[in-house]
Ligand binder design. Structure first.
Ligand code: FMN
Length: 287
């Protein structure tokens, strides 16, 4: 049962975390949470599943929303009032329910709510997904440089080139810039050839981000030498891609290719970003 004093103190501390109260504090103790730090690093879905398992009872979904709210509160101290209310963590309309929805929602986003921060833990969750992806010969030669603080974000941003087809747009303005970056690096000490691994991890990172309500863009047009100098990256790292991340501000729509068959994306007068996609029948061959 553990030290009763320790239990009392922790349940009390847990009760003060947004979304929780004494009863959920007790539940968290029951499922083995022994510090706020441990809760901060937990996955709310796992906590919920563990509680159902340990109690042998179905738990109301409110418990899941409360855990989600609490974990977020610990990860983002000073978050706004709305995000400290558990009912704001219910499944939202538009929350993705299938892989197709996730893939559809995962559009390249280049304008963000710059004021909304991304925490280090969110980036770690994403890299954890990348860690689980396939890798040629299982060499796993990729490494991930993370940036989530304003100061380091500002060092990366000028090294990136945005939306080459939008000739009259120089990239997101101040206030609409990404809140974080994952720089995908190839470690030449592990392999000289990174093949397809970078594409697989990049899409996985972005799908994971979209699932969390974020959005982003893969950026391959990077001033690599300038970025290497800025980040003091040793020569054995090759800069492969930069994944820019943040809370989406722009609307992106898919559409069929126009009459001239152009694949160039474009922006209309309302700022909606249009992306032509080839039709399925154009992509297929049959034996
Ligand atoms: C490997 C790769 C590199 C890319 N590099 C850039 C880039 O340097 N700058 C940019 O703004 N977008 C970049 N993009 C985003 C593409 O422009 C985008 O995927 C394309 O316009 C289709 O839009 P969608 O992702 O919404 O389907 C890149 C995408 C991929 C897959």
């Amino acid at each position: 049962m553990g030290n009763p004093k320790g239990r009392e103190a922790l349940v009390k501390a847990l009760s003060r975390v947004a979304g929780l109260g004494p009863s959920l504090g007790e539940d968290l103790w029951k499922i083995g949470i022994r510090s706020l730090q441990e809760l901060r690093e937990s996955d709310h879905e796992e906590l919920y599943a563990r509680l159902e398992e340990i109690t042998g009872k179905h738990q109301d979904r409110c418990v899941l929303y409360s855990f989600r709210c609490a974990v977020n509160d610990l990860r983002n101290p000073g978050a706004d009032r709305e995000s400290r209310l558990w009912w704001n963590w219910k499944e939202k309309e538009g929350r993705v329910k299938s892989l197709k929805e996730l893939v559809l929602k995962n559009r390249s986003i280049r304008r963000f709510h710059g004021e909304r921060e991304i925490s280090r833990e969110v980036l770690l969750d994403l890299v954890e997904l990348a860690r689980l992806t396939p890798s040629a010969a299982n060499l796993q030669p990729l490494k991930y440089l993370l940036s989530w603080k304003r100061e380091s974000n500002e060092r990366i941003f000028p090294k990136l080139r945005w939306a080459a087809y939008l000739k009259d747009w120089q990239g997101p303005v101040e206030g609409e810039r990404p809140s974080g970056y994952i720089v995908v690096l190839g470690d030449k000490r592990v392999s000289q050839n990174f093949g397809y691994d970078q594409g697989i991890v990049s899409q996985t990172l972005l799908l994971g981000a979209v699932e969390k309500g974020l959005g982003g863009c893969m950026i391959a047009t990077v001033d690599r030498e300038a970025l290497r100098r800025e980040c003091e990256l040793p020569e054995h790292f090759e800069i492969l891609l930069v994944i820019a991340l943040g809370y989406p501000l722009e609307e992106v729509v898919l559409e069929p290719l126009g009459p001239e068959g152009s694949v160039k994306y474009w922006r209309d007068e309302k700022g909606v970003h249009h992306v032509p996609k080839r039709e399925l029948k154009e992509l297929l061959l049959f034996l």
